[in-house]
Write a protein that binds this ligand. Structure first.
Ligand code: LLP
Length: 413
């Protein structure tokens, strides 16, 4: 991204998320084109970056949306995603969420247990509808990624085992209120090796063959998300090899390939800009304290994730190692350790790279810090796509203790 970060930081303040919409569109096109010659639907995983403008931007390219809460479904609809391109996944959907999804008529509700299937059937019956469903199969494949973002082993909470899935498909096929047309799996995130994906794809493709043989008419083959990106020096999976692997695995079957990429669409199209507040030394260790914190980007502390940190100030002096930390009252509030950094001045600008995915969406108000502003760069112009949260925004839903009438459950008469 060749943006003038200094001007943006001065204009919008820091911490500031900056997204390159042109790069996002290019990422989408690259993946879509890899599937050319085959029916495909790329449903962007909204959880990676759910800003309405980001979702709308993908919708304009033709993308669908992969959602894991009714809030995400509503975001997708609000952003203009076609309802026939929306899929609703998640291990724990509430009745009200299932009901809204059915009323909205989205493409698929993705089931993750037999109990959930019965619940969806019951609600569909009450509404006089037939629910289009897919089943998330857990292929028991080790995705070889960080354990927190690995999802395809039986020991993980996700999906159902192959035998249970078969039983569920047979049940659903015979139900008046269920229409089993999709199959789904997702074995983990930030994958850089095609082998576990190939193994899972083949297992699930074989399952589809056996389902077709008993007249379960699966039409959508959803391979989930998970394509890794370069944070430091990883070699990402080539999208053509990925697409070829999938088309090969499902050869001879009439299926629409669906995928749900999140990170690979947005991670490297985003940076978090922050300014230096102070420098200090404790016990001979150098700390650079910046105005962003773990509430803005929690990936480093949560997953020990590496994000490249770039000094954008004027100082040309020799860099020495420093820990780059935020102002929050936790030792886990860090962005990088032993980062080469010249001596910094108050207000020097720092860019934290690869922050477009699971950055803002995992932000919180911890320490009563307002969440950062977000801007989009497109065709050389900048646009504010989320205001910086102020104190009033944060306390809006909190009833004032002093002027809220008590509701009388504490009856001591
Ligand atoms: N589909 C399903 C069912 C998922 O669970 C996920 C991500 C995706 C698609 C999108 O995966 P992606 O293409 O982004 O790898 N917070 C973590 C990542 C959690 C991923 C959760 N599921 C992080 O910051 O690394």
């Amino acid at each position: 991204m060749q943006a003038d970060y200094q001007t943006l930081a001065e204009h919008y303040g820091t911490p500031l998320y900056v997204y390159d919409f042109d790069a996002m569109a290019a990422n989408y096109r690259r993946l879509k084109e890899a599937f050319s010659g085959h029916k495909s639907l790329i449903s962007y995983a909204v959880k990676a970056n759910s800003n309405l403008s980001v979702v709308a931007h993908f919708a304009r390219q033709g993308a669908g949306a992969d959602c894991v809460s009714i809030g995400e479904v509503q975001r997708a609809l609000t952003a203009g995603v076609d309802r026939y391109k929306i899929i609703f996944s998640g291990v724990g959907k509430r009745d009200d969420e299932i009901e809204i999804a059915l009323r909205e008529g989205i493409l698929l509700i993705n089931l993750e247990s037999e109990a959930e299937m019965k619940r969806v059937e019951m609600i569909a019956k009450r509404l006089g509808k037939q629910a289009r469903i897919s089943i998330r199969v857990n292929p028991n494949v080790d995705a070889q990624t960080h354990p927190y973002i690995s999802t395809g082993l039986h020991e993980n909470k996700f999906g159902v085992e192959i035998d249970a899935a078969k039983r569920m498909y047979i049940y659903a096929k015979n139900s008046e209120h269920l229409d089993p047309i999709g199959i789904h799996f997702h074995i983990g995130s930030q994958l850089t090796d095609l082998a576990p994906l190939r193994e899972a794809t083949q297992i699930v493709a074989d399952l589809v063959r056996s389902l077709h043989a008993i007249d379960v008419d699966i039409k959508f083959f959803d391979v989930g998300g998970g394509l890794g990106v370069v944070y430091r020096d990883e070699t990402p999976i080539d999208v053509h090899a990925y697409a070829d692997m999938i088309t090969e695995a499902i050869r001879g079957m009439d299926l629409t390939i669906m995928c749900e990429p999140g990170r690979s669409m947005v991670a490297n199209a985003g940076v978090l800009l922050t300014q230096v507040l102070y420098e200090k030394e404790n016990g001979g260790k150098r700390f650079v304290i910046v105005d962003a914190a773990m509430n803005d980007l929690m990936r480093p502390t949560l997953y020990q994730a590496y994000h490249r940190i770039e000094y954008l100030g004027q100082n040309q002096e020799k860099a020495t190692e420093a820990d780059i930390v935020g102002p929050i009252c936790e030792s886990g509030d860090w962005f990088g350790k032993k980062v080469p950094m010249p001596p910094t001045e108050h207000n020097d600008l720092i860019a934290i790279h690869s922050a477009g995915a699971y950055g803002f969406t995992m932000a919180s108000n911890y320490n009563t810090r307002g969440r950062a502003a977000e801007i989009a760069l497109e065709g050389g112009t900048a646009r504010l796509i989320r205001d910086r949260e102020n104190f009033e925004d944060q306390i809006r839903l909190e009833k004032g203790y002093l002027n809220t009438p008590a509701e009388g459950y504490d009856d001591d008469t």
